[in-house]
Each structure stands twice: as structure tokens, then as C-alpha cells.
Design a protein around this ligand. Sequence first.
Ligand code: ZN
Ligand code: ZN
Length: 275
Amino acid sequence: MKENKGFTLVELLVVIAIIALLMAVLMPALNKARAQAQLIVCRNNLKNYGLAATMYLETHNDKFPFPLTCIYSRATFTDEHPWECRWHDAGVVPDGPLWPYLSEKGVHCCPTFAGIAKTRGTNHPLHIAGIPIKPSFSYSMNGRLSAGDSISPLADNLGQMIGLGQVRHPARVLFFTEENIWIIHRTNGDPISLSLYALNDMYFGTVKYGNGDCIASFHKANDSKLNTGVSNVLFIDGHVDEEKPYDEKDKILGYSDKSMKLTFGVDVLIHGINY
Ligand SMILES: [Zn+2]
Ligand SMILES: [Zn+2]
């Protein structure tokens, strides 16, 4: 009688082929599940930003903190540690007025963003070479909540800080959101770029006619089509929604349409201007 110990080469090859087939079938589903889990972590991060900001507002007469310096104070900005690199600069300690309400939570970086930033962070147009990319912040505050009509985040004026009561529709105005680390170029020879000047720098400033900031596009997008997805957006009323960076149908020259609407809201009175 023939003894049959172990597997023959053919049997092994068949088993390996089946495993490879299963991997091929399961991997997209696993990747999708992981992306979905990361989206939920990110959404939860922003909800925590909303809770922290609510606590801040309650103890500051409902006045918003200045967006550019709410996490890192002005004193931390130096030539060696420029504010555009704060999101990945481990060499500076956060000390801004909103920080005491957030520091313990560990909710400052979207896992999807962190993964992308590790490989693309040095491509950031404003990156200063020599500061290692250690993504630790991925949320930017709506600059229009306190910067008045100035489009320069550095031209802050604490007297211009607005109050919660001046935002007519808190459910429609962006509070904190995500930004990309690359410029979005529109298609078909369109010269418009979105986020030309500042990308993920913890300050979200849109410009009415020009290349302003633009919300992120990397969630729910393929690795090869990172401009096609959505961003998580925290609104002033505390809810978080997914939003696409722009609507093709609203395309106007030099106008970051969707992001512009989200920063000003609809029918929102800021500094006497009805946006
Ligand atoms: Zn995210
Ligand atoms: Zn940098």
C-alpha cells in the first residue's frame, strides 16, 4: 500500500493559489473597511474639537479665539519654526488659548491625512526643508470667524474677534475642517488652482476672488484620484458632515466656490457684511 505523507507539490500550489485568490478578493473590502474606520475616527476628532470650542466659548463671553493662534501662540512663530509647518513640527509646544481644552484628548490628526502626509508632506508648497514630517495636526479653524475682512492671517486684530451671536446660521458655517497638502488643479485646461497659498496650516482662509483655501478631498477617494473625495467639516453648531471641495456647476473664475460658501455660510453677518 502506498504511504501518503505530507502534501504533493501540486497540492501546495493549489493551496497557495486559493490563498492568493482569497487575498485578492478580500483586500479591497479590507481597505474599504479601514478607510471607513479612519473616516469615523476623523469625524470623532472634529466632534471633540467642537466640544472643546464650546467650553472655550462658554468661558470667554462667546467670543471666538483668533484662528491662527488658537493652538500655537504668536510667540511660537520663528524663522526656524514657521507657522506653515506647525502641523508636523515636533520641535514646538502648543500653547494657544484653545489648547488647554484640547490637549488631553489626542484628537488632533486624521489617520487618513497622517498616512498621506508621511509620503507627501515635503511636497507642501510652503514646507521649510529640514523640519521632519511628523503629522500631528490636521484641522484648520475658519479664519473668517475673527479676522474680519483681512485675508492675511498674520494681520490679526483681537478687537475684530466676533461672537457666537453674530453667526446667524451656526449649522451652515464651518468651524474646523481638513485641508490637503497639495493644490487642486481643475480639469480641462482650467487655470484655477485651489489652495494655492496655504495648505493644512491650521488656518482656513478663503478668498472671494482668488485662490483661497479649499477643504480636503482625500476621504472616500482612490489613492490615484485624491482630488475626487470628501472632507470632514465641523460646523459651529457642533455637527460634523462630509463635504466635497467644490461643485463644478458653481465654477466661477478664481473662486473657491464650495469652501467659500462654507466659511461664510449662507446669509451670515460678519462685520456688518451680509455674506
Ligand atoms: Zn479626516
Ligand atoms: Zn513643513
